[in-house]
Design a protein around this ligand. Structure first.
Ligand SMILES: NC(=O)c1ccc[n+]([C@@H]2O[C@H](COP(=O)([O-])OP(=O)(O)OC[C@H]3O[C@@H](n4cnc5c(N)ncnc54)[C@H](OP(=O)(O)O)[C@@H]3O)[C@@H](O)[C@H]2O)c1
Length: 433
């Protein structure tokens, strides 16, 4: 048997949604994967918490490890797939042990890579092993490969993504059904679309993990959660969705990584996206990423961001790459060359903004509002005033010309101090992507 025809022996840790999906693809596509990878991908050992659970797949011929780290130690395992989750604990211990032994490591775990990516990439490169995590960002969409390989000729200027299916599903239903956030969230939890503890998703942390990884690949910086300013979707009200539509926008939770003169800006926030833009068309649990790069221009990637089949598809694609011997540095440049990203203060953000105010319905109010804007040098691009607001008064909604966030924050402070303003103003950024 030629060296390259030797099977690649695989150990899988975690047999939940994604793990079971991987077992199914390996069983269904054995010949196809062998032809593509140049070697058979042979599953030999697995690990999960509950050995007796029926997972709907035949595991009888496989070795079972109660302790996931044992997968890395076994002589008959060449490559470890980690599908447990969590930034630390067993996932991190397994990653370290696998790579330390010079074995390749494939994971779908964004938290692990966002928090420990540089350390693990350094270890992988030192030991000549592969560290692959295509499934960690946007599930089935090959965005990691696109940034690392397909766009390697370009300097990347910006990456914008809808990276959390739960948030996009909630925003889609709020818009279509006119329902408040809390009601849609409760229903999403009831039907299993949102976790019992939904904060990772709705407070933007999951999107932040993915944004940190994309920024690293795009800009050659260390994955760094410390530099990320994170806002979620709890505060989005149906009235803002309606006004956004009236102004020609749709609200989406975005992960944003942008090259600026002073450094790299990485943020997560709900933003108004023009209705005609590709990201505005992305509804329900779907994910999408828009990349701007100097020579190729704009490229757009869309597909299923989660779920058994799409996520396992990305994991197995990584295994095929490992079988082919595809190497190259984990984040596109050697781990030792990844720069520490220079934090850009949120106040330096330049852009256009949406502001909604609930104000008293009396003469002179508009003059007070425009005076507050004028004092901070913020100019109005459009302005709407509608009849009675819930809770009394009227809503005044405006969008601004380009300005910086420091000026917007100062303006909001002035608004809050006005007698005619009846509640804290709502501010959202506008992203023309
Ligand atoms: N689900 C998706 O659509 C999706 C999409 C993209 C990325 N991901 C990522 O993929 C990973 C797995 O997600 P999932 O949805 O498949 O999770 P899941 O359904 O909750 O499954 C987790 C699995 O890990 C096992 N496990 C937990 N602690 C363990 C330990 N100490 N040792 C060994 N096994 C342990 C569990 O065992 P028991 O079954 O015995 O309890 C379970 O089989 C996560 O990093 C997640 O962020 C998931």
């Amino acid at each position: 048997m030629k060296e390259k025809d030797k099977p690649i022996k695989i150990g899988v840790a975690g047999l939940g949604t994604v793990g079971v999906g991987v077992v199914k693809i390996l069983a269904a596509h054995g010949d196809l994967l062998a032809a593509r990878g140049g070697a058979r991908l042979e599953l030999v050992a697995v690990s999960a918490r509950d050995r007796n659970r029926d997972r709907g797949v035949d595991l009888s011929a496989l070795a079972w490890c109660d302790n996931a780290v044992d997968l890395a130690v076994r002589d008959d395992v060449d490559v470890v797939v980690e599908l447990i989750g969590g930034s630390d604990g067993p996932a991190l211990a397994l990653a370290r042990e696998t790579l330390k032994r010079g074995k390749s490591f494939v994971t779908a775990n964004k938290a692990l890579i966002a928090h420990h990516g540089k350390e693990l990439a350094t270890l992988a490169e030192e030991k000549g092993a592969s560290l692959r995590f295509e499934a960690a960002v946007a599930g089935g969409i090959p965005i990691i490969k696109s940034l690392r390989e397909g766009l390697a000729a370009n300097a990347i200027t910006g990456v914008h993504g809808i990276l959390n299916g739960t948030c996009n599903y909630i925003l889609t239903r709020m818009e279509r059904e006119g329902l408040p956030f809390g009601e849609v969230l409760a229903d999403a939890q009831r039907i299993g679309y949102a976790e019992a503890d939904p904060s990772f998703d709705i407070d933007g942390i999951d999107t932040a993990h993915k944004t940190a990884i994309l920024a690293s690949l795009a800009f050659g910086t260390e994955p760094d959660m410390g530099n990320l300013a994170i806002e979620g979707i709890r505060t989005i009200a149906p009235v803002d969705i309606d006004y956004a539509a009236e102004l020609g926008f749709r609200i989406k939770l975005l992960g944003v990584a942008r090259q600026m003169d002073a450094g790299v800006e990485t943020r997560v926030y709900p933003a108004l996206v023009p209705l005609a833009a590709p990201l505005a068309q992305v509804m329900g649990g779907t994910n999408a990423v828009v990349v701007h790069a100097d020579f190729v221009g704009r490229t757009v990637y869309e597909g299923a961001g989660a779920g058994e089949g799409p996520t396992a598809s990305a994991v197995v694609a990584d295994l095929v790459d490992v079988a082919r011997g595809c190497g190259g540095p984990t984040f596109g440049i050697p781990a030792g060359s990844l720069k520490k990203a220079k934090a850009i203060p949120a106040d330096a953000h330049e852009g256009t903004y949406y502001i909604r105010l609930r104000v008293e319905d009396r003469p002179g109010v508009m003059a007070d509002i425009t005076a507050a804007l004028g004092r901070e040098g913020v100019s109005i691009q459009s302005l709407l005033q509608r009849g009675q607001a819930a809770g009394g008064g009227v809503y005044v909604v405006l969008t601004t010309h380009k300005t910086n966030e420091a000026a917007i924050k100062a303006t909001l402070k002035r608004f809050t101090g006005l007698d005619c303003v009846l509640e804290s103003p709502t501010m959202l950024r506008i992203e023309e992507v």
